[in-house]
Design a protein around this ligand. Sequence first.
Ligand SMILES: Cc1ncc(COP(=O)(O)O)c(C=O)c1O
Length: 373
Amino acid sequence: VPGREGNADVWELRDLETPALVVDLDVATGNLRRMQERADRCGLRLWPHTKTHKVPALARLQMELGAAGLTVAKAGEAEVLRDAGLTRLHLAYPPVGEAKARRLADLLNRGCRLRVALDSAAAAACVADAAGRSGVPVEVLVEVDVGLRRVGVAPGEGALALARQVASLPGLVFAGLESYAGHIGHAPDEASRLEILRREGEALQATKDLLERDGLAPAVVSVGGTHHAARMEAIPLATEIRPGTYVYNDRDTLLAGSCDEAELAAFCWVTVVSRHADRAVVDGGSKTLSSDGRPGAGYGLVRGHPSWRVDRLNEEHGVIEWPEGERGPSVGDRLAIVPNHICATVNLHDRAYGLRGGEVAEVLEIAGRGKLR
Ligand SMILES: Cc1ncc(COP(=O)(O)O)c(C=O)c1O
């Protein structure tokens, strides 16, 4: 029950005060095992992105299962892992500015082995500054934009120019290339998803060839995400993969065909607090689920009721509608809503309630939540 601390008791799901984030640890553990097996089968090193769960105990389990290291976005997330004794870390976000250099130097001084992906000379200088302050070398991956149009230099000459700069800076070790085709998640169909991966593979191959001709052969080619992991054979030159969402999965992962329903491990547990002829209101809104909607398709999947729609959210209210002819829920009913984007949801919660064998058996403190910096 929220407010009750510790892991001593076993509680019934129905006893939990709502709204609450619930994680089925049997399903999540199965997801972690299967991903490691898949990576091993494909000869890829697994660097799970911990931004999804933000829980050191799950990160430790990922390492115990065979991960090569752990991916984070922010220094604050890295500090949480380091404090839990997890020190082989990949920062998949460009650090810029002196404050970041100091944070990274501190991580290096405290025993972390860091790898950083970046896309500018300024970020490379920041990492070189951290390496200089600490006296510990840092591996660098040059981030290539493969169509997401977020971070990343242009494939080919753009990547070569930055790789040369990285290789010339003291304290930096040019280790290879990184890409993240996050736009796969909203591609309309499987043919488009595979086309995005084909183009990503093509861009990375051309860049790798160019670098090799320049004597800068990339030892590492690190690609993204859970959608990639479900289609690993599509980018044969990858040496590593950094999926994050796979630990829990979410409605976006399900709709993209990157997991099946039995692999959905997390949901928001909510109570119906108001009922009308055409709608019901639950006690989880954007503060519980996050406001990540799908255009025209609402804010989550109501488990057991696929035809119902989480139509609108305010901060504390979720408005549920159902097709004509169905009864819909009553005041007091509990519902399990799988959010569209679980990473954003997890970041809103201090803790998750862990189910084992269908009972609430554990409280997971989400130690890495809210680490903006
Ligand atoms: C750079 C980068 N790598 C890896 C991931 C993990 O991808 P996913 O959550 O789709 O598994 C993300 C997610 O946002 C990312 O931004």
